[in-house]
Design a protein around this ligand. Sequence first.
Ligand SMILES: [Zn+2]
Length: 447
Amino acid sequence: MQTVRHFFPDLNAWLDRLPDSRVQEACTYSTRFLAWWGLLLYLLQLGSRRQLDYDLREGGPQVLPNLNRLAGTAQASLPVHDTLDHFVGHTPRAGWEGLRARLVRRLVRMKALDAARLLGLPVLLIDATGLLCFPRRQCPHCLTQRHGKHTLYLHQVLEAKLLGPGGVVLSLGSEFIDNADAADARGKSAEEVKQDCELKALARLLPRVHHEHPQLRFVLSWDSLYGCGTAFALAEPYDWPFVATFKEGRTPALWQEYQALLQACPKNRLRREWGDGLVQEYRWVQRLDYEDSEGREWQLAALECRERTAAGQEQYFAWLTPLPVGKKTVEEIARKGGRYRWKIENEGFNRQKNSGLNLEHVYSTDPEKWPVYYLLLQIAFILVQLLERGSLLRRLAAETGRPVGKLFGSLKNIARRLLESLRFVPWAEEWFDPALAGKLRIGLDSS
Ligand SMILES: [Zn+2]
């Protein structure tokens, strides 16, 4: 709680601003109270809306008083799960997007994420993932995918996640991919349809991110799907550089030119030998000319990392970027712009799918509400990560003489302990004192 107050002293006031005021008057519960009720669904990793009733409503003597302390309210009763669904229907998606933007802006201003910057710029990891999958059409926006005789109806999202220290990835922009993106799918391969969808969603995502964070110049971290002129042209208006996975199959001519020029630049080489026997060899070419299929001309650098472990395992990576690649920058670009991309897959999507966050669960029967539940999950996950990676938890563990992992056993257990505490432990007023929380020094784990 102190971690949340420390980073976001005005969070309750921000929650009040979620819906328009008309809605607030019609409801027995205050907006901030219901917003916390919804966030708890994910903070406590309950897995489904029904679980709110079992775990909280009938859950323990301290739930109501603790929730009132958390929200700064004086509600006389707890809501049922349908109340949340009703509330979600009346809080527009834009309200939640605005809240997420405030949370991220505050963390940026506090410089809490600065250790993860690449050449001084914040890194945005961009990737798409499947959200929901049904055997029957659910809404007019379902993407369709044929599998033999069967058709699957899908919902997908393109995410922009801001890279923080210690493996933290914070959701910053979400664009839902729908059937308009795949409108001209006829006669195209599955891979081409996927490219179409994601690039069209990217064309909506980048202007939205720029609109919400006009003061930030990002570096975009992309997989090979975005290693093409269409994506470069979408980033160009904002002067956002990128690091895109470089694959022969995506831009064959450029790949050949790169291989030829590498031979001509034998000095562009950096070798690192690590204590555990790991050897990394970086090579790069500073100026590659590339004309895309629309006749646009680009000048890019290409870099590669060849890695061999002591056991003899080899890996090869290559990237394209307009950033200045040289002996001083090549490692940082490869690491933060390239290698850390797996974090969006791992700590972003996999964690959200394979935990009580239950990303692929249908939280409402109303498709119109799915984006709001999605945003609730993303906002709660920002708070979860600050709690897990913040130094308060590490200090607590240190006081008991055990590392965080040993103290709780697993990340899932942290959520379970939080639930037990909400149910049975009267939360002290001073935990919510913004002056006290403001004096704390909380850093994110950068080990
Ligand atoms: Zn649908």
